[in-house]
Design a protein around this ligand. Structure first.
Ligand SMILES: Nc1nc2c(c(=O)[nH]1)N[C@H]1C(S)=C(S)[C@@H](COP(=O)(O)O)O[C@H]1N2
Ligand SMILES: [Mo]
Length: 424
């Protein structure tokens, strides 16, 4: 290895780790005993591997077969109208591969060919239009990375620590690079003169599946950053994420990201559909409900260590890592506490956060081998600070399901095993 690019402190660290005879350090163990993996010829070096014709479309290697979506069978009566969870404890960086990105369906994932795809724009437009898939591809397109979080993410945790794994407490989220056409361009193609003053107009968006999952979106948002997307992470959307076309509504709750997008109606009022009245509203302590709670507030969680990702080593260098996001814009800072929120250290952001996208954070620290109460706390560019669970319950009560963005606590024991707990 060419060490010209190593900083002097990193070089000193590597020298130091070699000097520690027999001891383990993050730089690797000193070679005190012969290791057959080093000294003996291995199969993989003495026979040839698979040819390039074996795997036309690659899947993860078999050793990673536990990095999969999982569901919680008791959560819903039927897997057709259900949810599974992204294995965020096992991923790094920020992009979620489509193959393990959570799915949420109200009437199952449908199979819709591009040839059979139609998108209608009607209502208060100058010319109602129907687009084919190929028509949509002829508009100028953009690429943006955005997170999609179901408003019910962390919804089982309101009354107390419930599910023992970050996949289950926080895995109703994914983050992809979308390619698509700004909705604004399609609406302008249909013409908005007939709608008159746009400030009080809405669009009603629905999908081609049996549930239709209709939602009302204020025109201001529709004309801002909403995308009619047909690619994710460079390839076609997977069936379960809305192939061939879905709506991307940056920063807003996942329910509005209509899959298998079929129709957009320009209206002069909200439709008040099932998905925005009986569901996706927040019942408060006094029995009234918050509604139009579209934006996903800033949130963060430590993905490792966590219950499904225990610390695999003893005291010494430890990388604490997690994810932060905000529907209001960029994440500006993430703090980590090892003592349940009494003392905080500022984490390092993997890279400067994209707006309305996942941001990876790391705290490169020393573990003394003692118990920890790990927490992360996100801040976004509006100055908003992620609240504690008690602070959130204070204003929302415990009847809510949606929009739980509170600080999560993991108890880590001396063996490095982690558990979902609450501190107050
Ligand atoms: N047509 C349609 N769109 C839909 C849904 C649906 O059931 N049907 N589920 C919604 C919900 S509740 C969420 S959280 C997101 C989930 O998107 P995903 O399945 O790609 O993760 O899609 C939304 N769009
Ligand atoms: Mo959702």
């Amino acid at each position: 290895m060419d060490d010209i690019n190593l900083s002097s402190s990193r070089r000193a660290f590597l020298r130091g780790s070699v000097a520690l005879a027999g001891a383990t350090a993050a730089g690797g163990a000193a070679a005190s005993q012969p290791d057959p993996l080093i000294t003996e010829l291995q199969d993989w070096a003495s026979i040839t591997g698979e040819g390039v014709d074996e795997t036309p479309y690659g899947l993860p290697i078999e050793f990673e077969s536990d990095v999969i979506r999982r569901n919680v069978p008791w959560l819903t009566a039927d897997p057709i109208s259900s949810i599974n969870f992204t294995p965020i404890h096992a991923l790094d960086g920020t992009i979620t591969p489509q193959g393990c990105a959570f799915e949420r369906h109200h009437s199952g994932a449908i199979e819709l060919r591009k040839e059979d795809y139609r998108l209608m724009i009607n209502g208060l437009v100058d010319t109602p239009l129907v687009f084919t898939y190929e028509d949509i591809e002829r508009f100028p397109r953009e690429n943006h990375v955005y997170f999609c979080e179901c408003a019910a993410n962390t919804g089982m945790e309101w009354a107390g620590a419930q599910l023992n794994g970050v996949q289950f407490t926080h895995g109703m989220i994914h983050n992809m690079e979308y390619t698509g056409v700004p909705l604004r361009l399609l609406l302008k193609e249909a013409g908005l003169d007939r709608a008159g003053d746009l400030s009080d107009k809405w669009v009603y968006v629905e999908g081609a599946d049996a549930s239709s999952n209709g939602r009302s979106i204020p025109m201001e948002k529709a004309l801002d950053d909403v995308i009619v997307a047909f690619k994710a992470n460079g390839e076609a959307l997977r069936k379960e994420h809305g192939y061939p076309v879905r709506l991307v509504v940056p920063g807003w709750e996942g329910n509005m990201w209509v899959k298998w997008l079929r129709r957009i109606e320009v209206t002069d009022m909200a439709v008040e559909s099932r998905e925005e009245t009986s569901k996706y509203t927040d019942v408060l302590e006094d029995g009234t409900a918050r509604k139009w709670t579209w934006v996903m507030d800033a949130k963060s969680v430590i993905t490792s260590p966590s219950p499904q990702s225990p610390i695999p080593h003893g005291p010494g260098p430890l990388v604490i890592s997690g994810l932060a996001w905000s529907g209001h814009g960029k994440i500006t800072r993430v703090d980590v506490s090892k003592d349940g929120g009494m003392n905080w250290e500022t984490a390092r952001l993997g890279k400067q956060g994209d707006s309305k996208a996942l941001t990876r954070f790391y705290l490169d620290t020393e573990w003394d081998g003692e118990e920890m109460l790990l927490q992360a706390r996100a801040m976004d560019e509006t100055g908003y600070v992620q609240p504690t669970k008690d602070a959130l319950r204070e204003v929302r009560g415990e009847n809510s399901v949606y929009h739980n963005n509170c600080i999560q606590t993991w108890f880590v024991n001396k063996d490095g095993e982690a558990e979902n707990v609450e501190v107050s």
